[in-house]
Write a protein that binds this ligand. Sequence first.
Ligand code: SF4
Length: 293
Amino acid sequence: MNKIIYLICSLLVMITFGCQSNKSEQETIKTSKTSENEELLNGTVSLEYAADSYQFKNGFPVTVRATISRHNMDDLEDMAAFLLEDIGLPSMTNNEASPIGSGCTYSDEVALDHGEILAVGKRLKKLQEKYPGRISAQAGPLVKLRMYKEMEDAKATEKLTGRWKMGYLSSCGGVFSKLGVLHDGSIVPCSALHALTMGNILTDDLLELWHNSSVIRDVRDRYVVPLSQIEECKNCEWVKYCNGGCPGIVQQMQNTVMAPSWRSCYKNFLKFNNLRSIYDAYPQEETKTWQIK
Ligand code: SF4
């Protein structure tokens, strides 16, 4: 319970950069220098304003997450320099604009394609080398490329990763350890699943919902669904190793959580990038030391 409360509290100081893709309680800041369509992104706060805000001035702990989209993907290096050098934040994290919420409406204009995922992931890897231990990710290009590499490793060695239940819709373990509370009090299994309301923090018993809500239990049930039972996946060479990707995207696009997300599909990624494997995307010496901090 304390863990849940901590996560709820930590959301209140989370700042996302770029595309506000859901209605969770976060502040969004414009970072793109090149975007001609800033209105596509909900950001209305300038970098200067953010740097001058009470959080930074008073040393209040601030979590910064850069949501990478087609409109700010050219500014990664400047963004990192501003946050880590000019402001002096100890670290930053990042993810990608996804077809969730307003990101769904403007998906074609903001969401990265498989080629951009690869290109951005390589540049983020270089930034990780420049700023050791200071750039992390829980989703987005870095996480996808790491996941693909683990799938390659597992296929080559038949040693399965312990990070997910390979071969099942198991990408998201979040619903076993946390849930989300949105700005209006809505309780949801995850901020990426904001359409699946379980109740409201003002009127409902959080612990009761955590244990007994059919909404969150349905998402947990993904763990027992093998990808081999899904028509599009059953003949895929990666079916024993895949995890099906983020349920939030599938829920938004197909109104179900019981399906894989094409945005995380390694088969599509390889087809798009015309690669034999993820190893071809990295020089061997980089692959050996490649890890997310
Ligand atoms: S088709 Fe895509 S989503 Fe399905 S198992 Fe293969 S890589 Fe995974």
